[in-house]
Design a protein around this ligand. Sequence first.
Ligand code: G3H
Ligand code: ZN
Length: 310
Amino acid sequence: MMPLIDSKALLIHALKNKYAVGAFNANNMEVAQAIIEAAELEKSPVIVQISQGAIKYAGIKCISSIVKTLAKESSVPVVCHLDHGVDYSVVVKALKAGFTSLMFDGSSLSFEENVKITKELARMAHAAGIPLEAEIGRVPDSEKGPLTLEEMKKYYTTPEEAKEFFEKTNVDSLAVSVGSAHRMKVQSAELDIDRIYEISSMVNAPLVLHGASGVKDEHVVRAIKAGITKVNFATELNKAFTNSLKEYFSQHPEIVDVRKYGESARKNVVNTVREKIQLLNSNNKADDVLKYISDNKFFESDKNLNEIVE
Ligand code: G3H
Ligand code: ZN
């Protein structure tokens, strides 16, 4: 059995060793199980993330308990992360519910407001031994249709604002806008790789790529070389789960047993997550990460984390 870990040492290990950790969104039990099963098969550390939308859908205690229970039974290190906490109160609730990594997303606020709230939440999270991710610039949403390059550029993170934001907030990782968009159903986005190099030369922290489902594989690999160390996938998993169900029902219209089609959808998500883990090159890193964590204490309360989140 491996511990439920926080994301601080994990992302620093990834940054130093030039790979990235996949952060996969779980909206239900089957997807959470599939993410961790894939990580176990690949001997990879993994971040299971729960969005504010997932909390609304499943309930914070229910969904986080599922992830934490699976994490504690897993053979690889697992992080339980809050994805896109846009409300201050939700970030605080997630901290109290035992999430081992948090994100505050103030990207829709002014720079000053984003700094103010992020800084306050970082202080609070650190007091509890939990790292905080924040966003500067804005990763747009493509649900109403694909964005043109010109539209995308309006959302880009500038290296200067990233530096100032990082220095003023004391966050542990930084989500940046470099050409990806949320909810893309086709892998067509190309990233501004030079921008990532420039940001990482000015910000000494793990950088996070959101909206990775729509990014071309080759660009994900180049982004990691440039300094991206956490890569978020949600839409790819939703597609894998839902497409599997559609196919299953077209072949077995008579089936009503939840377990039958649930199993087929879960298997499809396992395969998708395994492919992404290999792309990010985090496979076979689980043992190295655990050794790195035991050799380096980043937060005083780390050793009590499993008891704290009980
Ligand atoms: O925070 C979650 C990810 O950024 C999801 O991105 O819609 O491309 O899967 P995606
Ligand atoms: Zn995102």
